[in-house]
Design a protein around this ligand. Structure first.
Ligand code: NAI
Length: 408
């Protein structure tokens, strides 16, 4: 029997009971958090399905391991294996700043067309955090993952290409740019905006959530961010007409209360979103946004509930999905067995949800919740929790796995 995932005609994954899932361990703390996460994910599957379902983990080289083994930082065989198996999970991969190699993470997202970066952010007590009511944050960010300034179309200051673009802008658009400028291109298209917004709306519909907010800077960037807003509304009205209601209608016809089984579709300027998620986080369920806004707001929200060590992430396309820790390689603590593995573990829960293994996903989340509540936590959290006890990364993994195995 095949142990590979296939897709049905609606692109829904069909998951065999014994499934092979590829993983990229990642650089820096990747090894530490991966070794802590696997026992937790295995314990959840075993507890949920008593041996009827199981994951067989298959390592793919990438990052430093990829370079050591194949001379490539991102071997084509690893990308092909994700394509073939449809789902993968990964730790962080290192990217040098400035000169040289493009981010491997961005390359994976672009090569596999993983167009939706999905970041659910919620609070796990007693994680130290900077706000009065972190528990009011329960927000999922849908960040467009393939275009905007992240499209990778950039010309170096004083290069021939930059000079030609600057000349074109001067001659054709009658605008002046300093001649020694670097240039980046910001493409935002209707097709890519609409498929992202459709995913965000479908997510809200499936989960019974009350609102989707289009976050944009369309007051300034009218034809890119402004059109993200316009095309987002078009998608909502064309393909979710029976599900959505506008903010105006909610206030004019329903006294400010969103009717049952409707999703309020609204939009906010990006800077206002940063203010409103701090002041009234309960106003947001799902935020859909272009790439750069999404990068900023998802990390800001993660910080609001206690940091990047906790928040999970998914990069999802129509045919493949890659689940990943949202933090970087943390070189300062790599190999010291002191990193917080929660982000990777909770990304595993998102992966189980994507596979329809919701029981295992829920066990992972409740196991992490109870392990954190026990106050035996990794160094990044222990100091900020009253009576917190510092444990190693691997020990935190074992505590969480045990809590799952003992559940019920
Ligand atoms: P970083 O997230 O690696 O580290 C920032 C700070 O947070 C450090 O003090 C680090 O010790 C701490 N930290 C991060 N994750 C932690 C965890 N799980 N537990 C405890 N503490 C944690 O960000 P930085 O330093 O900007 O990037 C380092 C490298 O990681 C760069 O090469 C960057 O390109 C890469 N990176 C990769 C990402 C990915 O693979 N998705 C995402 C972000 C950065």
């Amino acid at each position: 029997m095949t142990r590979k995932i296939t897709l049905d005609q609606n692109l829904k994954p069909i998951i065999p009971d014994r499934v092979v899932i590829p993983y990229i361990q990642g650089d820096g703390i990747g090894k530490d958090i991966w070794n802590a996460a696997v026992p937790v994910l295995d314990a959840a599957v075993e507890k949920a399905y008593s041996g009827e379902k199981a994951v067989e983990w298959k390592e793919l080289p990438a990052g430093e391991k990829g370079f050591e083994q194949t001379g490539e930082w991102l071997p084509a065989s690893s990308v092909d294996a994700i394509r073939e198996h449809r789902i993968a999970i990964k730790g962080p991969l290192m990217t040098p700043v400035g000169e040289g190699m493009r981010s491997l993470n961005v390359r994976i997202r672009q090569e596999l067309d993983l167009y939706a970066c999905i970041r659910p952010v919620r609070y796990y007590p007693p994680v130290p955090n900077p706000v009065k009511h972190p528990e009011k944050v329960n927000i999922t960010v849908f960040r467009e993952n393939t275009e905007d300034l992240y499209a990778g179309i950039e010309c170096d200051s004083s290069s021939d290409n930059a000079a030609r673009l600057i000349r074109f802008v001067k001659d054709e658009l009658k605008c002046t740019i300093p001649v020694d400028s670097s240039i980046g291109i910001k493409p935002i298209s209707p097709g890519r905006t609409k498929r992202l917004v459709a995913r965000a709306l479908q997510y809200a519909k499936t989960k019974g959530l009350k609102s989707v907010t289009l976050m944009h800077k369309g007051n300034i960037m009218k034809f890119t961010e402004g059109y993200f807003r316009k095309w987002g509304y078009e998608e909502a009205f064309e393909n979710f007409a029976h599900d959505v209601i506008t903010e105006d209608e909610v206030f004019e016809k329903h006294g400010g209360k969103i009717p049952d089984s409707r999703i309020m579709i609204k939009d906010r300027i990006a800077d206002m979103v940063f203010a409103e998620v701090l002041l009234k986080p309960e106003n947001f369920d799902v935020i859909a946004c272009p790439n750069l806004n999404g990068d900023f707001i998802s990390d800001a929200l993660a910080a609001q509930v206690g940091g990047l060590g906790i928040a999970p992430g998914a990069n999802v396309g129509d045919e493949c999905a890659v689940f990943e820790a949202t933090h970087g390689t943390a070189p300062d603590i790599a190999g010291k067995d002191m990193a917080n593995p929660c982000s990777l573990i909770l990304s595993g829960a998102l992966m189980f949800d994507h596979m329809g293994w919701h029981e295992a996903a829920e066990l992972v989340r409740s196991g992490v919740g109870r392990a954190l509540a026990s106050k035996r936590v990794t160094a990044d959290l222990a100091g900020g929790i009253e009576d917190g006890e510092e444990v190693s990364c691997s020990k935190f993994g074992r505590i969480t796995a045990r809590k799952i195995s003992q559940e019920g």
